[in-house]
Design a protein around this ligand. Structure first.
Ligand code: ZN
Length: 95
């Protein structure tokens, strides 16, 4: 597992092929969520990745919110197209 200063971290690649490291931590699930993970970029931007009780993943990043991914590079979780944050968090949870 990757870590920065003792905190768990994941890396995700942008459509331009640039790697960004995100600090990840589990956060309490809200209503209509099964589990949630916070992803923080080095510049402090934070995205919330969550799974619904039905197993649908979502993310608070612009690409996932608008449903348009710059470069069209969606990742797959089963049949669901997801953003790079969801994919990276899933890989981390499955480690
Ligand atoms: Zn995202």
């Amino acid at each position: 597992m990757t870590s920065i200063y003792g905190q768990a971290a994941v890396s995700a690649e942008s459509p331009e092929g640039e790697e960004t490291i995100y600090l990840v931590r589990r956060v309490p699930a809200r209503a209509a969520e099964w589990q949630a993970v916070s992803c923080t970029k080095p510049d402090g931007t934070e995205y919330r990745v969550s799974e619904s009780p039905a197993g649908v993943w979502s993310c608070s990043c612009p690409a996932a919110t608008v449903g348009q991914h710059r470069g069209g590079r969606w990742r797959k979780v089963g049949e669901q197209a997801v953003c790079k944050h969801v994919r990276a968090v899933l890989d981390w949870l499955l480690e």
